[in-house]
Write a protein that binds this ligand. Structure first.
Ligand code: G3P
Ligand code: CA
Length: 241
């Protein structure tokens, strides 16, 4: 079972920062999950919340900042003093580092603006230019984005249907939006579907698995990958090839 570090090594470093990614990569992980949004001036940056308040010393909507303004913020001190000065990374910065690593990029696109096409094209082009398209999985709760990508024939990218509930319209829906994989919030309800999906050959990636007991359950139910805040513990439980 693959181990994917959720927002980096989130238990030990501030989420979605280079410190969290470098720390995650010190374990034998298969992939890193991170969140992408765009600044006011259209730069793809790695950040989870819609507002900067929780994980920086700033305040306000991330989309209202230019990239230059965002880079003034401290994205590490909220987690621990020793991470003071950590910045919100641009996607470009992460790609520069990750292209030299044997790690799959699981890029979750957060709520995009209504007219996302140009921004998405530019972002996917950036990933292609870094030679990373074949090891990138794009996931999102906003499924029109996946359908758009399928129409663009960007065949190197994998597209994953991200959902909080297994009660969507089944595998037929997955096919209709032309997704390759399911990324699902782990729950008792979801567990009932794992074996069925596994049997159909669809990669199933469950989030966020931080307890050994849950991880072992996922393994028993043929889940392909777990997305975890604790890559250290999970890679010791499930040594990666
Ligand atoms: O990719 C799975 C997971 O990251 C989705 O939820 O809120 O942690 O971005 P969230
Ligand atoms: Ca995410």
């Amino acid at each position: 079972m693959e181990v994917i570090a959720h927002r980096g090594n989130t238990f030990y470093a501030p989420e979605n920062t280079m410190a969290a990614f470098l720390s995650a990569a010190s374990y034998n992980i298969s992939g890193i999950e991170l969140d992408v949004q765009w600044t006011k001036d259209g730069v793809p940056v790695v950040f989870h919340d819609e507002k900067v308040d929780r994980t920086t010393n700033g305040s306000g909507w991330i989309r209202s900042f230019t990239y230059r303004e965002l880079r003034q913020l401290d994205a590490g001190s909220w987690f621990a003093g020793r991470f003071g000065g950590e910045k919100i990374p641009s996607l470009q910065e992460v790609l520069e580092w990750m292209k030299g690593e044997d790690i799959t990029l699981h890029m979750e696109v957060k709520k995009p603006p209504r007219q996302f096409e140009e921004l998405l094209d530019m972002t996917l082009g950036m990933i292609e230019n870094h030679g990373m398209a074949h090891k990138t999985v794009v996931s999102t709760f906003y499924h029109p984005l996946l359908t758009y990508m399928a129409g663009q024939k960007r065949t190197h990218f994998q597209r994953a249907f991200l959902t909080k509930t297994p009660l969507f319209r089944g595998i037929r829906y997955l096919n209709s939006i032309q997704a390759h994989a399911i990324h699902i919030r782990h729950s008792y309800q979801a567990m009932r579907f794992y074996p069925l999906w596994a049997k159909s050959g669809i990669p199933v990636r469950a989030y966020t698995i931080n307890r050994e007991k849950e991880a072992l359950r996922c393994k028993r139910l043929n889940v392909t990958s777990i997305i975890t805040d604790d890559p250290k513990t999970m890679t010791s439980l499930f040594p990666q090839p």
